[in-house]
Ligand binder design. Structure first.
Ligand SMILES: Cc1cc2nc3c(=O)[nH]c(=O)nc-3n(C[C@H](O)[C@H](O)[C@H](O)COP(=O)(O)OP(=O)(O)OC[C@H]3O[C@@H](n4cnc5c(N)ncnc54)[C@H](O)[C@@H]3O)c2cc1C
Ligand code: SF4
Length: 523
């Protein structure tokens, strides 16, 4: 693993890391460790939990299957980047309704590759959660102190005008022309240059991904971090867990070697919504008296539309996702700007060969807007494979959520035309490949748009170990503790009772912070 200091922040990280971070090259034999608490997974939820527990004076070990990445390790080529930073090389799909879904494998988890969007869900989301899932303390008022603390820690602020770039400002102009509200997206960045590279890793280290924020702070608070360790089993005896065990894993190849075991007084699972249920199932179907482990899988399926404008947009410049509109949240969708490496975006372009080439030549004139949908009628399931930690994901979109997607597509089309687009590329099979008039776009909100004709993406994943006040209907309680175990906690987006309607990272972290403070008192 090359660890090359390229910026001051990487230097900070290395200084903190020297003694307390173990990387793949250091494992030359099987080993055993002990801690007060072991946290599995260094994504946003695991990182904040590890930090708060270490800050409270506990002996914490944070275990991560992926390697650390420094600036020199980032690959601007989107495909190459995905093969290194994502599980299954970024080619993980749901079965049923086929939809790609990306989960990172890296120190920092999803925060390494995400757009740093930090949004608090509106009251209505928590009201639904409280009413339907018998929760008493999971409302905005209770969570706001956690949102505040995390936002301050990560420097969450609205994206400034200087780094918006034309692509994002066209979205603002389109919203203004349609008379709908919009605002600069709040993101966890410090010194963003608007390079539009969040997906392949922030080379200026402006994005406050966990590997440059909460993980180094956890280290400074005394935590130890072990990377390239794949947790395979949660060890348990009676109603208590006793630790974890697994194997060293070679970065990027997934080859396993030496064994390890970590004994702990408490275990916090933050391996992510698709990995945690598999870990539980591989550990004698642990914490599953309710039968809900791996059930209730939900996504925010996303659709996007690219449009060509008369003048150059140079969409590669500007914050990756800098503007949003919450205008349609109550109708089930949120509007955003989007940028990603062109080969990824081109999945929605029509044509092959010369026709596709012609589309690529128009990219300098393009902007892409997307909508994420609250698809809480569409439920799926995470199943464990035999002798593999890669999940099988079954998910099928419900007709009621298809109706929301259609409406969202139509609004995206109108937004582009309102912003002055010359033509739009809806990227939907069964309707025209290219539309030049707002009237033509009406078809997007019709039965001609079928789920099989949509190019969906689902990177927000929820509910597979859901929180529920009733132990027979959920896996964890409001403090993230498994109903069936005294000292087993889950702290990832799997504990959401329902999808949150907005980008989930900040909510996951707020819940993780709350439970870490509770656990710190109990240890
Ligand atoms: C491309 C992309 C863009 C996104 N943009 C945004 C955004 O801008 N804002 C937002 O709010 N959300 C965004 N999201 C979603 C957000 O990143 C996730 O919701 C968030 O990362 C979930 O955090 P988590 O801690 O639950 O899990 P993860 O971030 O998935 O972290 C889980 C960690 O556990 C590790 N792990 C898994 N299994 C094991 C094991 N067996 N042993 C050891 N370690 C293990 C994984 O390697 C991973 O590092 C985006 C997601 C993607 C993929
Ligand atoms: S837009 Fe560029 S500089 Fe800003 S956070 Fe993303 S990758 Fe970093």
């Amino acid at each position: 693993m090359s660890v090359t200091p390229a910026t001051a922040r990487d230097q900070d990280w290395l200084a903190a890391a020297r003694e307390r971070v173990s990387v793949f090259a250091q494992y030359d034999r099987s080993f055993q460790e002990r801690a007060a608490v072991v946290v599995v997974g260094s994504g946003p939820c695991g990182a904040v939990a590890a930090f708060e527990l270490a800050r409270a004076g506990h002996d914490v070990i944070l275990v991560e299957e992926g390697p650390p990445f420094t600036v020199r390790d980032f690959q601007l080529d989107g495909n190459l980047s995905m093969t290194r930073t994502m599980r299954e090389g970024g080619l993980r799909f749901t079965r049923g309704t086929a939809m790609p879904t990306m989960q990172a494998i890296a120190l920092g988890g999803g925060s390494l590759v995400n757009s740093a969007i930090c949004v608090r869900p509106p009251d209505s989301v928590f009201t639904r959660w409280a009413t339907n899932f018998e929760l008493e303390r999971t409302d905005r008022e209770s969570l706001d102190p956690h949102f505040d603390a995390i936002s301050e820690f990560l420097g969450v602020a609205p994206t400034p005008l200087e780094v918006q770039g034309r692509r994002n400002l066209l979205f603002r102009d389109g919203c203004d022309a349609m008379g709908i509200a919009s605002e600069p997206i709040e993101r966890s960045v410090r010194g963003c240059r608007g390079s539009g590279e969040c997906f392949t890793g922030c080379r200026s280290r402006a994005k406050q991904s966990m590997d440059v924020s909460y993980v180094p702070s956890a280290l400074r608070a005394g935590a130890r971090v072990f990377t390239s360790l794949q947790v395979q089993t949660i060890r348990h005896a009676g109603s208590r867990v006793t630790g974890i065990s697994g194997q060293v894993v070679t970065p990027f190849s997934g080859e396993t070697s030496h064994h390890f075991r970590i004994d702990a007084k408490a275990v916090v699972l933050a391996a992510g919504c698709t990995a945690t249920p598999v870990l539980l199932k591989h550990s004698d179907d642990l914490a599953n008296r309710s039968g809900q482990v791996g059930e209730n899988l939900q996504f925010h399926p996303g659709v996007a539309i690219a449009a060509v404008y008369p003048d150059r947009v140079d969409p590669q410049f500007g914050a990756t996702q800098g503007y949003q509109s919450l205008e349609y949240l109550d109708h089930g969708f949120k509007l955003e700007t989007l940028w990603a490496p062109p080969p990824l975006l081109s999945i929605r372009f029509p044509g092959l060969g010369p026709e596709l080439q012609a589309r690529f030549s128009e990219i300098p004139y393009m902007a892409v807007f997307d909508a994420i949908v609250r698809a809480d009628h569409s439920l799926g399931r995470v199943k464990a494979r035999w002798r593999s930690l890669d999940p099988i994901l079954h998910w099928r979109i419900d007709p009621r959520d298809v109706a929301i997607l259609r409406r969202a597509l139509h609004v995206l089309a109108k937004l582009h035309f309102a912003a002055g687009a010359r033509k739009i590329l809806p990227g939907v099979q069964g309707v025209s490949d290219i539309m030049t008039e707002p009237g033509e776009a009406r078809v997007l909100d019709s039965d001609l748009v079928q789920p099989s004709g949509l190019v969906l993406g689902g990177n927000h994943v929820f509910c597979t170990t859901r929180m529920h006040g009733d132990p027979t209907r959920g896996v964890v309680d409001e403090d993230g503790r498994c109903h069936d175990f005294e000292n087993l906690y889950i702290a990832d987006t799997g504990i959401f009772p329902q999808c949150p309607s907005v980008n989930p990272m900040l909510t996951g972290m707020a819940l993780a912070r709350r439970q870490a403070l509770v656990l710190a008192d109990r240890l």
